[in-house]
Design a protein around this ligand. Sequence first.
Ligand SMILES: [Zn+2]
Ligand SMILES: [Zn+2]
Length: 167
Amino acid sequence: MQLNIKSIKREGQLEFDETVRLPRIAREDVDIADVGPVHVKGTATWADPLLMVEGEINTMITYICSRCLTHFDRPLTTSVSVTYTTDDVQADDEIKRAPDDVLDLTSDLEESIFLAVDDKPLCRKDCKGLCPECGGNRNEQTCSCDTRKVDPRLAALKDLLSDDDSE
Ligand SMILES: [Zn+2]
Ligand SMILES: [Zn+2]
């Protein structure tokens, strides 16, 4: 998403209302299968030498359940708030140096979404996960596996799996 810095400076304040795609999020976050169209609505304000951007972000995240690997959709609402400066001296880690004419907000939007998404998402609070024996989804089927009797060679592996489950 791009903002024209010259028109923000000219108008003093500019409202924006755009829908963009941010494919990098699903590529880089192993818990996320897809990110729907990202709706961004807000204002860009010029207060010489600062350029402040505030907005609300709305999208639909397709998560991969960390227990049963099922894909499920969950809406996400978060905000973006960034300050840029046109003054070289003022620019630091918090306040980025603004480019001369076009401000690309893509990485700011991605960062806001990365911070807001669920960590270890669950399709539902009591997701029963996958059977460590047959791999069946225990939310959908009751298998007859006896998970108490485990080949000692597999016991270490089973411990790892149940650690994951008990979180
Ligand atoms: Zn699940
Ligand atoms: Zn089973």
